[in-house]
Design a protein around this ligand. Structure first.
Ligand code: AMP
Ligand code: GLY
Length: 429
């Protein structure tokens, strides 16, 4: 099979690396890719949302399947574009339809979907400028703190947690006035939930599903979960608090009603569903849906998948996923992100990266890198993820931190406390 993978981050390098091992694969192209994906396939200089150029490329290169990494092409309708066009209908797209991607693209859509299918989530009210008074009354009815979410995509910045009711009302006004552009013309006000969070990834063909290993993401830039939110500074998988009892609740209360709900509503969904969950007491609740895999969770989770990922994707495309098995490595995986100093604020790029060849016993997934004159230089905020597997999470962490020391670039930054909260709470894990 000839595959075209869309995206250019660490998630896409991990997917490309795994797909490149499949005996079913003939050619692997990545649009646009990075210096890491270039080592396992062929990068193509086309943006992931340039559908016309992707179509021309796909027809010229006999592409059989498109695997979508990031949310933007999904929310913009890449599935519908290829499946709705006679010339490209035969090309299978792994990812939801535009309507399915609204689970990520509109928080209001996602919340109402959960209400329709009795999927546990925080109480909420969606407001616009016309209904701001109702928003004020809802804030007054809730205990502090208050959660305000821009309805649309806001580059991961659209969620505010505010302690004081008056501030929450003021913030609500600013959001509705366009603080996050069009994305916050509608705002979802939510009850605050307290608990530990984890990321659960589901692969579905619209009928059956497979649940991948659970991950925990470290979102803040600073150690001890301080400072600004980032895309994610590290991930570990599995996580101890997502035990068998909890996962059975996740499966019956969340995964099944989600997959069945999409099918009952006639929403085509053949791809990954990312459940951002919070464990409240012993019960899972949905904080958010995403229509894709997480980054950097993918860099920890995908190396634990022993089955042929491309074969599973063929199962997704042909609605025969239920006939396939998902075999998972029993070890622990961690991914530690190396970033450019200054990220998630401003940072410099073009810094030469040394020592990649010295890495042993870890996998290095590239995110913000590019090749210049035969060398690799930084080209983004998150630069690399160093992934290791180990008999325990502690062993995997030791390997990643040992190898990080070998990789050098000016003003590199990484968190030294990935997994520390779990070690403190659970000891050797
Ligand atoms: P989201 O973009 O929806 O994942 O929200 C970003 C982060 O805000 C989440 O990872 C949570 O840490 C936090 N968050 C979102 N919704 C809630 C909620 N209802 N209660 C508590 N924390 C929340
Ligand atoms: N790491 C969280 C995300 O990919 O959205």
């Amino acid at each position: 099979m000839n595959l075209l993978l869309l995206g250019s981050g660490g998630r896409e390098h991990a997917l490309a690396w795994k797909l490149s091992e499949s005996p079913l694969l003939n050619r692997l192209y990545i649009a646009p890719g990075n210096a890491g994906t270039a080592a396992v396939g062929t990068n193509v200089p086309i943006g992931a949302t340039d559908f016309d150029a992707l179509k021309t490329f796909s027809l010229d290169h006999g592409i059989d399947m498109i695997v979508v990494g990031p949310e933007a092409p999904l929310v913009e309708g890449v599935y519908d574009f290829f499946h709705g066009d006679e010339e490209t209908r035969h090309i299978r797209v792994i990812g939801p339809s535009k309507e399915g991607a609204m689970l990520e693209g509109s928080k209001d859509f996602a919340k109402n979907f959960m209400v329709r299918h009795q999927i546990p989530t925080a109480r909420f009210l969606t407001v616009s400028s016309e209904t701001i008074e109702e928003g004020y009354a809802f804030i007054d009815s809730l205990p502090s703190p208050y959660v305000l979410k821009a309805d649309g995509l806001a580059a991961g910045k659209g969620v505010l947690i505010v302690d004081d009711a008056d501030n929450a009302k003021r913030q609500l006004g600013e959001m509705l006035d366009g603080q996050f552009g069009e994305a916050s013309r509608r705002v979802v006000i939510e009850e605050f939930l307290s608990g530990v969070e984890c990321s659960v990834f589901v692969l579905t063909d619209g009928k059956s599903y497979k649940i991948l290993p659970v991950a925990k993401d470290y979102k803040r830039i600073g150690e001890g979960d301080s400072g600004l939110n980032t895309g994610g500074m590290g991930a570990v998988s599995p996580v101890p608090f997502a035990d068998a009892d909890f996962m059975e609740k996740v499966r019956t209360r969340i995964v099944e009603p989600t997959v069945n709900g999409l099918r009952e509503e006639g929403i085509p969904y053949k791809g990954f569903i990312f459940l951002g969950l919070i464990k409240v007491g012993e019960d899972p609740k949905v904080i958010e849906y995403n229509a894709r895999m997480g980054d950097p969770e993918t860099q920890a989770v995908i190396p634990l998948v022993q089955s042929d990922l491309l074969d599973l994707m063929v199962g997704v495309a042909t609605e025969t996923l239920g006939e396939r098995s998902l075999v998972i490595d029993s070890r622990h995986a961690v991914a530690v992100v190396m970033a450019s100093g200054g990220y998630p604020g401003s940072y410099e790029t073009g810094k030469p990266i040394d020592g990649l060849g010295e890495v042993s016993e870890s996998l290095v997934f590239h995110a913000g890198t590019k090749e210049v004159d035969g060398g690799v230089v930084t080209s983004g905020g998150r630069v690399l993820a160093v992934t290791s597997l180990g008999a325990t999470m502690g062993e995997a962490l030791e390997a990643s931190y040992r190898n990080i020391e070998k990789i050098r670039f000016e003003k590199r930054y990484f968190r030294r406390d990935i997994g520390k909260d779990i070690k403190e709470a659970y000891g050797t894990y």
